[in-house]
Design a protein around this ligand. Structure first.
Ligand code: ZN
Length: 208
């Protein structure tokens, strides 16, 4: 049946129905349209999250190139990156040079405000207590995590500093974005580090 004919037939059928039935059918059509729109919006959001987490991973590789533990971070406001950071603890000789702290500093410089209320922070590894504290202090809206850190994480692993109801602000958490990639990057780093240390030890052992 041609499209026009089938539309006419549908119109005729609708006219034959009672008012209440027509309303019920229209309601269900509208509901499924809304559902499709919501699904599309969720898909688009997921695509954006992956795009920004990939940029955080790119930052992490900058840390690795310096011989640092690969951890990277970006801060996003209105769909734009306003701060990037990566771990530079050994390079800068300071405890404070974590990826999140560097990204927060840059984002504050860009916005001219210590508050980052409408911002999303993407980080490849769950924040430590210091960074979770800084994120909370900045009033960040949302934190998007790559992988969890069972040994030091403060977004749910050891503590959940970001969501304690006793504080005056809570941060939304989205986890598991490119989780496999983020955790693989760290595992590879530590595996290579162990291999290098073993080699160095072997080379420095005096021959008998
Ligand atoms: Zn940290």
């Amino acid at each position: 049946m041609k499209k026009k004919e089938s539309e006419d037939k549908a119109d005729l059928l609708m006219q034959e129905l009672s008012k209440a039935e027509r309303r019920r059918i229209l309601r269900s059509i509208r509901a499924s349209q809304k559902e499709a729109e919501a699904l599309e919006a969720a898909r688009e959001e997921e695509k954006q999250r992956i795009r920004f987490m990939k940029e955080a991973i790119r930052q992490a590789y900058k840390a690795e190139a310096l011989g640092e533990v690969p951890i990277g971070c970006v801060i996003v406001k209105d769909g734009k990156i306003i701060g990037r950071g990566y771990n530079r603890r050994n390079t800068d000789h300071t405890t404070l040079a974590h990826a999140e702290i560097s990204a927060i500093k840059k984002a504050c410089r860009v916005t001219g405000d210590w508050r980052l209320e409408d911002c999303d922070l993407y980080v490849t590894l769950e924040p430590c207590p210091m960074c979770a504290g800084a994120i909370l202090q900045s009033r960040m809206k949302r934190v998007i995590l790559g992988c969890y850190n069972p040994k030091a994480g403060c977004a749910g692993s050891i503590l959940n500093v970001l969501q304690m109801k006793e504080f005056n602000h809570q941060v939304e958490i989205v986890d598991g974005v490119l989780e496999e990639e983020c955790s693989h990057m760290l595992k590879e780093y530590f595996r290579n580090l162990r291999l290098r240390l073993r080699m160095e030890r072997k080379n420095s052992t005096p021959e008998e």
